[in-house]
Write a protein that binds this ligand. Structure first.
Ligand code: SF4
Ligand code: SF4
Length: 359
């Protein structure tokens, strides 16, 4: 095994924000023993010890922290975590990342992130009016606070990605969003399509059609400006990597689930953030080894339950570079013989070829 990914939720779904589209509250309602507590020192130690015991020297171990809002665990939680890793690792390569709403980010956090080489994902839904409509704290807007947090990360030279949720309404404003990112000189941007909850519809969810239109229009702006900006869009980077015969970073970009371990604050393990529900619970690290959890039936079921590949995908000329995409996203794009993602791929390839010929 070359790498192993832990996505740790040290406070599970606890968060100061109440974003209108938050899907995590929905997912956690499908966990029968869901708790909102801070992960204990003993539990963090057990996870690290299992990770180190079951991996060989040279393996990349990625510890990603997410929530809820993971900074609510307090900075001491992370200081202890890093200290334990340093004490227990034996030639594995350890990488840290953390996704935050930015609310608590201050000098102390920035110093810590810098010293320990954290990659940060910070949620900003584009320009102020859009961000402040969706991302609220006690019904109050949060844009200004998050913007200051981004400036702080920048000031300390901490690498960060801007994470933007593509709601139905934002998908209709690609040019404005592009201009905003360009004006702000943001370098790394990741789009997160807002999708329906597992069993319920959300009024903010986008559609395959809107995403196709958004991606195409944003892409054209980005492509035309290629010589004048240094903006990396994770979706475009992944597609370019795939077209160049390299592996994409995003889970599911080639239709396959990556081996991920999602860890709740009580030690429960799940195979995917989208499917952190009882049906796919792998067990609890407090009473099982990492090996036991990997052999768990639910985990195997999750990795084999993909019998949902449409005939449209099986016969698609882009199967080699898509293979049905992430199974949670697929339903959004494929409808009968049509696929909005295929339309976008077609467009992406034609336009990049035109651009190359112009050079
Ligand atoms: S369902 Fe999608 S996000 Fe989840 S593990 Fe599979 S490909 Fe990755
Ligand atoms: S039909 Fe769409 S989702 Fe399926 S393989 Fe083709 S592009 Fe991918």
């Amino acid at each position: 095994m070359k790498s192993i990914n832990f996505l740790i939720k040290p406070v599970s779904s606890m968060c100061q924000f109440s974003c209108k589209y938050c899907f995590y509250k929905d997912v956690s309602s499908y966990q029968s023993n869901h708790e909102e507590s801070v992960m204990s020192y003993e539990l963090a130690k057990k996870i690290i010890s299992e990770a180190m015991t079951h991996t060989e020297p040279g393996v990349n171990i990625n510890f990603g922290f997410q929530g809820g809002e993971p900074t609510l665990a307090g900075i001491e939680y992370y200081k202890n975590f890093v200290k334990l890793v340093d004490e227990m690792k034996s030639h594995q390569k350890v990488h840290y990342s953390l996704q935050t709403n930015g609310y608590l980010i201050n000098d102390e956090w920035c110093k810590f992130f810098k010293e320990n080489h954290f990659l940060i994902g910070i949620s900003l839904d584009g320009f102020k009016d859009n961000h402040d409509y969706y991302r609220l704290i006690s019904k109050n807007p949060t844009y200004d606070t998050v913007y200051k947090a981004i400036q702080k990360l920048d000031e300390y030279g901490i690498p960060f990605n801007i994470l933007t949720v593509l709601t139905k309404s934002l998908c209709k404003r690609p040019k404005e969003l592009y201009e905003f990112y360009k004006k702000e000189n943001f370098e790394y941007i990741q789009f997160i399509p807002c999708i329906d909850d597992i069993n319920n519809k959300t009024p903010y969810a986008t559609s395959g059609y809107l995403l196709e239109q958004f991606y195409k229009k944003f892409y054209i702006e980005w492509l035309r400006d290629l010589n004048h900006q240094n903006m990396h869009i994770s979706l475009f980077d992944d597609l370019l990597n795939i077209l160049n015969g390299q592996l994409p970073l995003k889970c599911g970009a080639l239709g396959m689930c990556q081996p991920n371990f999602i860890v709740e604050s009580n030690g429960d393990f799940y195979p995917c953030d989208f499917y952190a529900i009882d049906q796919y619970k792998m067990g609890n690290i407090l009473d099982a080894s990492l090996e036991d959890l990997s052999l768990n039936n639910n985990y195997r079921l999750f990795n084999s339950f993909d019998n949902t590949l449409h005939n449209t995908c099986k016969n698609c000329k882009y199967r080699g570079i898509c293979n049905g995409n992430c199974k949670r996203m697929r339903y959004l794009f494929v409808n009968g013989q049509k696929c909005n993602y295929r339309n976008f791929l077609e467009f992406f390839i034609i336009e990049i070829k035109k651009e190359m010929n112009r050079r």
